[in-house]
Design a protein around this ligand. Structure first.
Ligand SMILES: NC(=O)C1=CN([C@@H]2O[C@H](COP(=O)(O)OP(=O)(O)OC[C@H]3O[C@@H](n4cnc5c(N)ncnc54)[C@H](O)[C@@H]3O)[C@@H](O)[C@H]2O)C=CC1
Ligand SMILES: N[C@@H](CC=O)C(=O)O
Ligand code: NA
Length: 818
């Protein structure tokens, strides 16, 4: 015998009921023996409560609710039943409605709806639904009979949530089913006490009815039909990538439901669980899907963590002080004071120093709990050996749940790593020694991020979503977007990595799309975006969205954006940027950014600041951490200046070559930054600082390349006119070098604490002589690389190589976050 139960959402509309008939016909034609329990039509129980509450208040509006109730059921009959079946049901329904109407009128007259009356009122929901559906089944050819559960489920008179008399109930169930071979269509939730008084079974009542029948009949299986695909790994409203848990144990299901997985309410399934009757959770809207099987079988192959759950809102109270240490009975006093006040405790922690006990309660209970505890410890508090109770509000509990966590090391390590890397602070931690559940109290604003980070870490470790917030979509930014788009398929397939650009901005507009901006048409979307760009709002929004694996990318050359790095890193968000401003400004700021990143455990990456995509900073850091000593760094570190002097040949106009370098995307947004040596200076500063030298801009000696007139130009265009006027000057420089058999190179040099930048003539014996294109060449002379220095060479500017460098950092950060 199978026991099926369909919840309110499964019978909310006539077409859904037809779907159920199909499911049941399937069983019936296969000759399976089953009985089926129904809840009231979706929303009906609430409306019955509403109408009786109104009536009890003397509000005549209850009548409208009643009329709607009656009409809804009558209409269902008209839609679902014809001919003799309709004829059989309508009069019975009308009689019932008449009784309900009189009952409500009575409530209205006496202005009172006692629990006892309420149970009777509520019974009309299940009695109407099961009665109608039993006839729909008969009409479809199933030999079905309506069974009012008041005939078989016997309880005491605790109205509202009555206690079952199991012995009598099982007797009645067995006797009834022995006499009635038809498919019994049973009202869930309702029962009766001695004298035939109607009672109800409380929360999860229809599940309870199904469990009682299953236990009474020693059923082979229970199927709970609902509106989701079984029990999911996490709440799908908060974790989009949640999926169905195929099998779980009763204990796991209990834990999940305790944490609010609304699918089942296992405490009410206890009678069936005692008899170890396996249970399926199935979806009425997706009946072919297998759903979740709950049994007592622990699958040793199953994942350690089965599900992730949360209680969205709790308050944490802490009792602390030296007066707790080594005093037996303290915990007993604490918790009995709460018990006496009827306060339920959600979670408890006490460290072995016994200095403090923290416990979580529902926020609405926090003040009452504090009062009661302070009363209980009044003496100790007055003696100042115990502190007044501390309340922390706006917290959530997230928990990982699974039988296979037991004895398996590394699970909590993973839990805290996932939280830590996403900047989520653990306020309190609890793990029962059953190891079935590890609970962490966190800030409420981090709940969704924590659930997603944990879900990814435990269930999707081979797939990962990165959430990018990108300011600056000019040359480098747009190239980066193209690269991400082109590589998306490969990354997903081979690395399980999905990069979503959630926020995007240029200097005018900003755009946000939590599910990821469509990178096929980001230009149009950004252009059409309604929001004016404001970096503070952009960053505020990024923090507010609080997504797991958030990465900030700054592709501007703006100091306004760089000014937010501190705040961003402090919010536990990693940064990748080609913008050199932040790290090459004051040394103190450089140090502070590094320190905050280290404190928050996030990445701050800027490899593209020197030599674009070339591994310059990472090479330098590798040398340093492996114990080498840097003696000298010398290099051509400007891609644009390299290009310009590599291509500037006799007969050419210097200004034309500069324009070409700009067109090729080698120069800074303002090319004067390159030509006046500032860009090279930034790079030298950064390299020096990486070696530990607190170099400031004024410590760098620049021999200017540009004549004074060019340096003074107010705008980029006026600069170009001045540059044209200086063409002859540059020709003279070139000719002089040629005459010496040499070429011109802009060289930066760092030696000891001296840093210099200047245009040099280099001969064919010099490594810089043979550079071409936008090549950079950085020569590290170190203790270990003394005779033959270590050289990094290659294109040191340009959109593709720079964007690729940023792209690689994004993936590095992604790997770190996982
Ligand atoms: N071009 C190259 O080869 C290399 C460039 N870089 C660096 O890459 C960065 C970007 O360079 P490009 O793409 O060539 O510049 P670009 O001028 O083409 O693009 C800059 C972008 O930043 C936006 N922007 C500027 N100020 C802003 C603000 N306050 N708020 C919001 N958005 C703002 C602009 O609207 C534009 O979308 C610069 O910091 C540059 O130094 C680094 C290495 C190599
Ligand atoms: N403008 C820069 C770009 C790379 O940092 C350069 O010319 O090197
Ligand atoms: Na680099």
């Amino acid at each position: 015998m199978k026991v099926l139960k369909f919840g309110g959402s499964s019978v909310a509309k006539p077409e859904r009921i037809r779907g159920i008939v199909d499911i049941l016909k399937g069983y019936y034609t296969k000759g399976e023996k089953f009985t089926v329990v129904f809840s009231a039509f979706g929303g009906v129980t609430d409306s019955l409560i509403e109408m009786s509450t109104l009536a009890a208040k003397g509000d005549e509006a209850y009548q409208e609710h009643f009329e709607a109730f009656a009409a809804r059921h009558t209409q269902a009959v008209h839609e679902l039943l014809d001919g003799e079946y309709r004829e059989a049901v309508l009069p019975e329904l009308e009689r019932n409605n008449e009784v309900l109407k009189n009952l409500l009128y009575g409530v209205f007259l006496v202005r009172e709806a006692s629990k006892r009356t309420m149970d009777y009122v509520l019974s009309f929901g299940e009695r109407s639904s099961a009665f109608i559906i039993s006839h729909v089944l008969r009409q479809s050819g199933i030999n079905a009979a309506y069974l009012d559960a008041r005939r078989i489920v016997k309880t005491d008179k605790s109205f509202g949530s009555a206690r079952v008399d199991f012995k009598l109930t099982y007797q009645k169930i067995r006797a009834h089913y022995a006499q009635n071979p038809d498919v019994q269509v049973v009202t869930g939730f309702v029962a009766s006490a001695k004298g035939g008084l109607t009672t109800t079974l409380g929360r999860g009542g229809s599940d309870y009815t199904a469990a009682l029948i299953a236990a009474g009949l020693d059923a082979s299986v229970i199927e709970i039909w609902t509106d989701v695909d079984g029990v999911l790994t996490a709440d799908p409203r908060k974790v989009k990538r949640a999926f169905t848990i195929p099998t779980m144990t009763y204990a796991e299901a209990m834990e999940m439901s305790h944490f609010g997985a609304k699918v089942i309410y296992p405490p009410t399934l206890q009678p069936a669980l005692l008899k170890k009757i396996p249970l399926y959770i199935k979806n009425t809207f997706n009946p072919d899907f297998i759903g979740t099987l709950i049994s007592d079988h622990v699958d040793p192959e199953a994942t350690a963590v089965k599900g992730i759950s949360s209680i969205s809102h709790v308050a944490l109270l802490t009792l602390s002080g030296s007066g707790l240490f080594g005093v037996p009975g303290t915990a007993a006093r604490l918790f009995s004071s709460l018990a006496a006040a009827g306060i339920n405790i959600i979670l408890i922690t006490q460290g072995s120093s016994e200095h403090a006990i923290s416990f979580a309660v529902q926020p609405s209970m926090a003040n009452k709990a504090r009062k009661r505890v302070e009363e209980a410890f009044e003496y100790e508090i007055s003696m100042k050996i115990i502190n007044p109770v501390k309340i922390e509000e706006d917290l959530s509990v997230v928990a990982i749940i699974g039988e296979n966590m037991r004895y398996q090391p590394g699970i909590s390590g993973r839990l805290f790593q996932a939280l830590g890397k996403n900047g989520i602070n653990a306020v309190a931690i609890a793990q029962g020694s059953s190891e079935l559940n590890v609970s962490v109290v966190i800030n409420r604003s981090d709940e969704a991020k924590a659930l997603n980070a944990l879900h990814e870490s435990f269930f999707l470790s081979d797939t990962k979503e990165l959430h990018l917030f990108m300011i600056g979509v000019g040359l480098i930014g747009s190239t980066l977007i193209n690269q991400i788009r082109a590589q998306a398929g490969y990354l997903k397939e081979t690395r399980g990595l999905e990069i979503k650009v959630v926020g995007m901005a240029n200097s005018r507009k900003m755009l946000f799309e939590e599910s990821g901006i469509d990178l096929e048409q980001w230009q149009d979307s950004l252009q059409e975006a309604a929001t004016e760009m404001d970096p503070a709002i952009f960053i505020g929004k990024m923090k507010e969205l609080n997504l797991s694996n958030t990465i900030f990318v700054d592709n501007t050359a703006s100091s306004k954006v760089a000014a937010f790095y501190e705040d961003i890193l402090d919010s536990s968000i990693s940064i990748s940027t080609p913008n050199k401003i932040a790290v090459s400004s004051g040394f103190v700021q450089y140090q502070r950014l590094k320190a905050i990143a280290a404190k928050r455990g996030v990445q701050f990456m800027y490899e593209t600041n020197v030599g674009a995509g070339l591994p310059v900073i990472s090479t330098l850091n590798d040398l340093i951490i492996s114990g080498d000593r840097i003696l000298r760094i010398e290099g051509v570190v400007s891609g644009s200046l390299s290009y310009i002097f590599n291509n500037f040949k006799p007969g050419m106009r210097f200004s034309e070559v500069v324009r070409k370098a700009q067109e090729l995307g080698y120069t800074e947004p303002d090319p004067r930054i390159d030509l006046n040596g500032l860009d090279v200076r930034r790079k030298l500063i950064i390299l020096a600082r990486e070696t530990g030298l607190p170099l400031e801009a004024e410590d760098v000696a620049i021999s200017p390349v540009l004549p004074e007139s060019c340096r003074q130009a107010a705008t980029v265009e006026s600069f170009f006119s001045e540059l044209e006027a200086a063409d002859t000057y540059f020709n003279a420089l070139l000719q002089e070098a040629e005459a010496n058999g040499k070429v011109l190179r802009m060289v930066g040099k760092l030696e000891g604490s001296s840093a210099t930048i200047g245009l040099q003539q280099v001969g064919s014996d010099h490594p810089f002589y043979h550079l071409s294109g936008s090549d950079n060449m950085i020569v590290f002379t170190t203790e270990r690389y003394k005779e033959r220095p270590l050289v990094v060479r290659g294109p040191g500017a340009g959109a593709e190589v720079t964007a690729a460098g940023v792209f690689a950092e994004i993936i590095t950060i992604g790997n770190y976050l996982g």
